[in-house]
Design a binder for this molecule. Structure first.
Ligand code: FE2
Ligand code: FE2
Length: 362
């Protein structure tokens, strides 16, 4: 932590008697590192409060048109003076005033006529207290910024891990890197349309590209087979959901745990007819229900070894026809509300020019 440059301690003196004010100012000047800030009229002080800074305030109790207590209350609600140290100077030895002053925020008292030695001794104590107060608040700010920095770094690393894992999976999978990119973006758009908090939408967008990470555990001849898979191959292919979940589960990272949920549930159907667990409705994690639509839409609108690319309008119609069966109706609704953004992503991140990219969304 950088040591802040030492600065003068500014001591505000408010006293309507010019002789006493001068005496106080001279006493303050005797204390090393202290400078007096003098006011003989409380109205002048109140007018300039928004523009002046000081560390300690020494306020006379009896002032023209107001009391030192009134000034204490004004200082305590002034944003830049809320934590300054306040001393009240009073000729009255009335306990009631002292109690009121303490309640208003004074921390010390001086009794008139002020003893010079006592004045300097009390000011020195307050200067030390003020220095400690400033050092403490500087340390708090420093700690806060260090925690923020460390959290941001951790998050950056998490995102990098996710990105690199997705890339690694891409080496084996016949689907393009742009497939995972688009599924992430579609999922983020749907999540936002559902009105989920911004941080969750961002997490879903980052985690969704890993939905098929479990395909690294599937044999290449199944993964890259052109044409239809037989029953056994379909069973093997379907294991990519549980393999992906096993790979990602149990992480301390909430982002990786979300990715595990998505990997496990993106082929579940809303009506319970999907895999791997046959979950239905709300039992399917919301992120999985979102990615299910994004992944299917992307599979439909892109060319695959076993099928040509569908037009965007055809893919939208298919998603609508499967609402309540394969897909969560609320997610389908959000998907349709976001159709201009979905179509824009489809065009912007296309693999190769295709009929789908030339057509507008339903
Ligand atoms: Fe999948
Ligand atoms: Fe996929």
């Amino acid at each position: 932590m950088m040591e802040a440059a030492r600065r003068d301690t500014r001591i505000l003196l408010v006293e309507d008697n010019p002789t006493t004010l001068k005496t106080f100012a001279r006493l303050v000047e005797k204390i090393e590192g202290c400078v007096p800030v003098c006011y003989d009229d409380p109205a002048d002080l109140v007018a300039s409060l928004p523009d002046i800074d000081f560390d300690i305030a020494v306020l006379d109790y009896r002032l023209p048109f107001c009391t030192g207590l009134d000034l204490i209350r004004k200082l305590r609600v002034s944003p830049r003076h809320q934590d300054i140290l306040i001393v009240l100077v009073t000729a009255d030895d009335e306990p009631a005033i002292r109690v009121e002053a303490l309640e208003a925020g004074a921390i010390d008292f001086l009794r008139k006529p002020v003893d010079h030695v006592e004045f300097i001794a009390r000011m020195r104590n307050l200067v030390r207290l003020r220095e400690a107060q400033i050092a403490m608040s500087g340390r708090e700010d420093w700690l806060r910024s260090e925690v923020e920095k460390a959290t941001a770094e951790l998050r950056e690393r998490e995102e990098e891990v996710i990105h690199r894992l997705t890339l690694a999976a891409g080496y084996k999978d016949s689907e393009t890197a742009l497939h995972t990119e688009r599924v992430g973006r579609y999922s983020g758009v749907i999540a936002r349309r559902l009105g989920l908090p911004a941080a969750i939408c961002r997490d879903i967008e980052l985690a969704a590209p890993m939905h098929d990470i479990g395909k690294v555990g599937i044999r290449e001849e199944v993964l890259r087979k052109r044409g239809k898979l037989d029953e056994a191959e379909i069973r093997e292919m379907r294991r990519h959901t549980s393999i992906g979940a096993e790979m990602l589960n149990g992480s301390k990272s909430a982002l990786l745990r979300l990715a595990a949920d998505i990997a496990a549930s993106h082929h579940e159907d809303y009506d319970g007819g999907g895999y791997s667990c046959g979950l239905s409705g709300e039992a399917i994690p919301l992120a999985g229900r979102i990615v299910a639509i994004a992944d299917t839409f992307d599979a439909l609108t892109t060319e695959r070894p076993y099928k040509p690319a569908w037009r965007i309008s055809e893919a939208f119609a298919y998603i609508r026809s499967r609402s309540g069966l394969q897909f969560d109706p609320a997610c389908v609704e959000a998907f349709f509300q976001a159709s201009p953004e979905i179509a824009a992503i489809c065009r912007k991140f296309r693999d190769v020019p295709s009929p789908a990219a030339e057509t507008t969304a339903a």
